[in-house]
Design a protein around this ligand. Structure first.
Ligand SMILES: Cc1cc2nc3c(=O)[nH]c(=O)nc-3n(C[C@H](O)[C@H](O)[C@H](O)COP(=O)(O)OP(=O)(O)OC[C@H]3O[C@@H](n4cnc5c(N)ncnc54)[C@H](O)[C@@H]3O)c2cc1C
Length: 270
C-alpha cells in the first residue's frame, strides 16, 4: 500500500482511510442516503431565556416544511446557549435559511438582542450503505467512511471512539483488519427506521415525538446508544408509530436487510 502525498510517498502493509466515498454512496439507489445537516449559533442574549439545567434534544415546534426539522438547544447559562437548526433530509439548504430559522426561534423566545459568539456548520451522513464492500485486505474504511456513524441519528463521536478501540483490539489479536465487523441487530433497525424517514420525511417529528412520549428518556437513549437488552429493544420497536410505515419499510427493504445480514463484506483481496 503506497499513499502519494505532496510531502512524499508513504508505504505500509495496510492503509486506513477516512475519506468519505461520496460518489459511491450518492450513485447507488439501493440504500437510502439522508444527511443530518445543521448550522448552530453560540449566542449571548439580552434576556434570560434559557434554562441552564435543561438542554432541548429535539424541539420540533419549528415549521416542518415537509421534512424532519428541529432545533437543538444546549444552554450554558440563562443567557448563553448553542442553538442549532437541524434537518434529517436529502437536500442541504442555503446558509441563510438555517440562520433565518435560528433568528426567528430566538425572537419567538423573547431573547431580545442577540450576540453571535461563534457559528458552526455540519453535514453528517445517515445511511446503511454497506461501506465494507468498498474495502480490500489492504485498504480499510474507518469513521464515517466506514459507516461508523449511526445511520438513524447521525451520532458519530461515541461510536467512532468505540469502534476505533474495537478495531485495535481486533488487530491486536492477530485478526486481519478487513474482517472487523460493526454489524449488530441495531443495523437492521437503523435500516428500517431510515427507510421510513426517507420515504416519509415529513413524519420525522411525529415518529420521534411518539418515541419520546411512549418510552422514558433513559430507555430511548439506551436504545439509541445501542446498549439495550433484546427485550427492552423489542418494547421500543413495538411502540414505534406510525406502525404501518414501519411494516411497509420491512417489506420494502427485505433485499437490503438480506444484503446487510448475509454479505460478509470486503472483497478480501489486495
Ligand atoms: C460542527 C460540527 C459539530 C458536530 N457535532 C457532533 C456531535 O455533537 N456529536 C457527534 O457525534 N458528531 C458530531 N459531529 C460529527 C462528527 O464530527 C463527524 O461525524 C466525525 O468527525 C467524523 O469522523 P471521521 O473520522 O469519519 O471524519 P473527519 O473527522 O471528518 O475526518 C476525516 C479527515 O479526512 C480528511 N480528508 C477528507 N478528504 C480528504 C482527501 N481527499 N485527502 C486527504 N484527506 C482528506 C479531512 O481533512 C479530515 O481530517 C459534528 C460535526 C461538525 C462539523
Amino acid at each position: 500500500m503506497v499513499v502519494k502525498t505532496s510531502k512524499g510517498d508513504f508505504s505500509g502493509e495496510i492503509g486506513f482511510t477516512s475519506i468519505f466515498p461520496q460518489k459511491q454512496v450518492e450513485e447507488q439507489m439501493a440504500f437510502p442516503y439522508l444527511k443530518q445537516h445543521f448550522i448552530g449559533w453560540f449566542v449571548r442574549t439580552e434576556n434570560a431565556v434559557f434554562d441552564a439545567e435543561t438542554p432541548l434534544f429535539m424541539d420540533f415546534r419549528v415549521q416542518q416544511r415537509n421534512n424532519t426539522r428541529f432545533m437543538y438547544v444546549l444552554p450554558f447559562s440563562p443567557k448563553e446557549a448553542l442553538v442549532e437548526y437541524t434537518l434529517f433530509s436529502e437536500t442541504l439548504l442555503e446558509d441563510e435559511e438555517y440562520e433565518w430559522e435560528i433568528d426567528q426561534y430566538l425572537r419567538e423566545m423573547g431573547a431580545g438582542s442577540v450576540q453571535i459568539l461563534e457559528r458552526e456548520k455540519g453535514n453528517i451522513p445517515m445511511t446503511c450503505f454497506p461501506f465494507k464492500q468498498l474495502q480490500s485486505r489492504r485498504l480499510i474504511y474507518i469513521g464515517s467512511a466506514g459507516g461508523w456513524t449511526k445511520a438513524s441519528t447521525g451520532f458519530a463521536f461515541a461510536r467512532i471512539s468505540q469502534f476505533t478501540k474495537q478495531l485495535v483490539s481486533h488487530m491486536a489479536k492477530g485478526k486481519p483488519a478487513h474482517t472487523f465487523d460493526i454489524r449488530s441487530r441495531y443495523t437492521i433497525y437503523d435500516l428500517i427506521f431510515l427507510d421510513v424517514l426517507h420515504r416519509r420525511n415529513h413524519l420525522g417529528s411525529s415518529i420521534f415525538s411518539a418515541m419520546f412520549q411512549k418510552n422514558s428518556f433513559a430507555e430511548v437513549l439506551t436504545f439509541l446508544n445501542e446498549t439495550g437488552t433484546i427485550s427492552g429493544d423489542l418494547k421500543i420497536i413495538a411502540r414505534s408509530r406510525p406502525r404501518i410505515e414501519f411494516v411497509k419499510s420491512v417489506l420494502f427493504s427485505w433485499k437490503q436487510i438480506f444484503r446487510v445480514l448475509f454479505f460478509s463484506g470486503g472483497r478480501g483481496r489486495v
